[in-house]
Design a protein around this ligand. Structure first.
Ligand SMILES: NC(=O)C1=CN([C@@H]2O[C@H](COP(=O)(O)OP(=O)(O)OC[C@H]3O[C@@H](n4cnc5c(N)ncnc54)[C@H](O)[C@@H]3O)[C@@H](O)[C@H]2O)C=CC1
Ligand SMILES: CC(=O)C(=O)O
Length: 290
């Protein structure tokens, strides 16, 4: 957010106040290299007039843990954080990153009683970026010209939408049929690398930082600059894909008001089945904390 000059004011809040004081000092020393911004360690009363609250607080995965394993710990943390935020009179948008992000996005809607369009989960934004990066690398094309999505749970049941994946304007399925570029088996292996990327990074360095930071900045930009950008965020489904009462990652238009609309993809039968399975797993987990 600082690097891209996305806000005038950036307040850091954490149960570990000392850490936010250190982080604020450290970030302020970067201001001369970016643009003016008021950055400080604050408390929940500072949420009162915020446009956007990005929640990243909570436990992260230890090696071998899944995102869903964090649900009980982080649901409890969210209940207390959201209650404190509401006491401030906050009336903006929530952007949720803490895992399991789809379930915590749902709980944010429930605990805040905000309309669902004002709660955005980072969903599969990062997974989609991982897929676009790897496809760009293998097709030797700028990843910004790769149009491909990961949808569903930000986690083990997510799926790639190969039926709507393009290099520029050419469907990836055409490349596969023509024998140009990777085979379908190779594409499936690329997807496995995307799905398991966080496990690999956590094994190597304990946590993932940079990709998610860029993803959250991207969503923040879409919101604060009222971009109407299509991003694979986690949002409450209301009948789309035949699913209800669950948040999961799907392409949606994001602007200053939050989620403007979900763009419903015309999925293949197998893709639809996988998406519904992903929703089923999330619903089972959600029911354990409701
Ligand atoms: N959605 C995504 O794509 C990603 C999500 N994550 C998730 O983000 C979360 C945080 O991960 P990291 O930053 O690596 O963890 P971290 O341990 O570095 O930071 C978590 C922070 O939360 C604070 N915290 C804990 N309980 C709190 C409370 N009750 N109130 C206020 N602050 C509290 C801690 O003091 C700590 O500073 C995890 O759930 C992780 O899985 C991380 C990367 C990507
Ligand atoms: C930790 C996590 O959710 C990720 O990097 O995808």
């Amino acid at each position: 957010v600082l690097n891209q000059g996305l806000a005038n004011e950036l307040v850091l809040i954490d149960i570990n106040k000392e850490k936010t004081i250190g982080d604020a000092m450290d970030l302020n020393h970067g201001i001369p290299f970016s643009s003016p911004m008021h950055i400080y360690a604050g408390d929940y009363s500072d949420c009162k007039d915020a446009d956007l609250i990005v929640i990243t607080a909570g436990a992260n995965q230890k090696p071998g843990e899944t995102r869903l394993d964090l649900v009980h710990k982080n649901a409890k943390i969210f209940k207390s954080i959201i209650s404190e935020i509401l006491k401030s009179g906050f009336d903006g948008l929530f952007l949720v990153a803490t895992n399991p992000v789809d379930i915590l996005s749902f709980l944010t809607i429930k605990y805040s009683a905000f309309p669902s369009y004002r709660v955005i989960g980072s969903g599969t934004v990062l997974d989609t970026a991982r897929l676009r990066y790897l496809l760009g690398d293998v097709y030797k094309v700028n990843s910004q010209n790769v149009h491909a999505y990961i949808i569903g749970e930000h986690g083990d049941t997510e799926l790639p939408v190969w039926s709507h994946a393009y290099i520029g304007t050419r469907p990836i399925s055409d490349y596969v049929k023509a024998g140009a570029g990777p085979t379908q088996d190779e594409l499936d292996r690329i997807f496995t690398n995307v799905r398991d990327a966080a496990y690999h990074i956590i094994n190597s360095k304990g946590a993932t930082y940079y990709g998610i930071a860029m993803g959250l900045a991207r969503i923040t930009r879409a919101i604060l600059r009222n971009e109407n950008s299509v991003l694979t965020v986690s949002t409450l489904l209301r009948g789309e894909y035949g699913l209800n009462d669950i948040c999961l990652g799907v392409p949606a238009i994001v602007n200053r008001s939050g989620i403007r609309e979900v763009i419903e993809l015309n999925l293949g039968e197998q893709e639809l089945q996988k998406l519904r399975y992903s929703a089923e797993i999330l619903t089972q987990q959600l029911n354990t904390v409701l």
